[in-house]
Design a protein around this ligand. Structure first.
Ligand code: SAM
Length: 381
């Protein structure tokens, strides 16, 4: 890592309100060659929506490792994973994280994956630089490599840190899509996937693994689906076989990679070339209510989608109310908004009037939320 030890570590000063960059000026769909710190310096400030980084682990493996049957274990012993000391590794970590911070948009976010060898060091540096940790995710491996010597617990997980640019930044999280992905249960911070194997594992001409640390596609799929939108720009400074690029392409996201090893770049390019983007219709995901535009019931009445004088009622038809010209409703002595009247009638602490009240249209009973849907549809045209 001689060349990397010389890297200057002082982060550049961020301009508070740097204008967002036109993404067409970025090297989208390209793998930048050489050291990622130098490569990222060529990218403009405030230009990337998400960074996914799988940096060297600094495994410090000494000598060869064999299985009990004598066969050789394909461990990470490559030059790109060797650092002289923790101090060298920390300086390198500070340098690449500072560049990520500069190129990320203020509301952009960063993911970094690592093992116990490096993740604590990376976590400390990213906090020192001002990143704000949102979650640490444990990726539990269903098929981890055993501890062949039987001297420690089987190391069966890796950790991902998800961090925003700062405590106040409005990072992106597709909460609803994650809940849907998890069978209507909130997605948790412990994820279970097998390590990359079988047909997904890329091989060289001799049938050996093309890369020692290729990540599972399912992991990237979840990360990108959870924290980006179609069209967002995702940067991976340690591209390897291009797992991030392949999944970004599949999910209709833009990508930029950095990779210092020519062999890996070649494998990644061929892999991404073959990847097919999903159809736009398949990319629409469930949205949280709070990400839908707010609509006042009055606007639905004004638009004629529920006319003044219409009778609305709760599902069990215990109460019925009349819609008035200003979007208020009347039910006996109770008058007010759809929410307040629903709440008063039920003696409930709160009421979502959109789902509580119903109306009849074309012989069908529908929640008035359906009229709001029609209103939103009409406003898109
Ligand atoms: C842990 S691997 C990433 C594997 C990748 N996530 C995948 O699924 O294939 C780290 C990669 O970063 C590359 N690398 C290490 N140091 C680098 C640097 N300073 N600049 C650019 N690439 C680097 C290595 O060659 C290696 O391919």
């Amino acid at each position: 890592m001689g060349e990397l030890t010389k890297i200057r570590t002082a982060p550049r000063v961020r301009t508070a309100k740097a204008p967002a960059v036109d993404k067409r000026s970025l090297p989208l769909g390209q793998i930048l060659e050489g050291d990622c710190v130098a490569a990222m310096r060529e990218l403009p400030d405030n230009s990337v929506d998400l960074v996914f980084a799988d940096p060297p682990y600094n495994l410090q493996l000494g000598g060869d490792l064999n299985r009990p049957d004598g066969s050789h274990v394909d461990a990470v012993t490559d030059e790109w994973d060797r650092f002289d000391s923790f101090a060298t590794y920390d300086a390198f970590t500070r340098a690449w994280l500072a560049e990520c911070r500069r190129v990320l948009k203020p509301d952009g976010a960063l993911w970094v994956i690592g093992s116990y060898h490096n993740i604590y060091r990376v976590g400390a540096v990213l906090q020192d630089l001002g990143f704000w940790i949102l979650n640490d995710i444990v990726w539990r491996k269903t098929n981890p490599m055993p501890n062949f010597r039987g001297t420690r617990f089987t190391n069966a997980h890796e950790t991902l840190i998800w961090a925003s640019q700062g405590e106040k930044s409005r990072y992106h999280f597709n909460y609803r899509a994650m809940k849907t992905l998890n069978d209507e249960l909130q997605m948790r911070s412990d994820w279970t996937f097998p390590i990359c194997s079988g047909g997904e594992r890329l091989k060289d001409e001799d049938g050996h693994k093309a890369h020692p640390t290729q990540k599972p596609e399912a992991l990237l799929y979840r990360v990108l689906l959870a924290t980006t939108e179609a069209g967002d720009v995702v940067l991976d400074p340690f591209f390897g076989t291009g797992t991030t690029g392949a999944i970004a392409k599949r999910l209709g996201r833009e990508w930029i990679g950095c990779e210092r090893e020519a062999d890996y770049r070649k494998v990644a390019r061929a892999r991404i070339e073959k990847e097919l983007p999903l159809d736009e219709s398949a990319l629409t995901t469930m949205q949280s209510r709070k990400t839908q535009p707010r609509v006042a019931f009055g606007a639905v009445v004004e638009a004629g989608l529920l006319k003044p004088g219409t009778e609305i009622f709760d599902k069990k038809r215990r109460w019925s109310a009349t819609v008035r010209a200003d979007g208020s409703i009347e039910c006996g002595k109770e008058t007010g908004s759809i929410h307040l009247v629903g709440k008063a009638l039920q003696g409930a602490p709160s009421c979502n009037g959109w789902t509580f009240w119903h109306y009849e249209a074309g012989g069908e009973v529908k929640p008035i939320d359906a009229a709001r849907g029609l209103y939103l549809l009409a406003s898109e045209d």
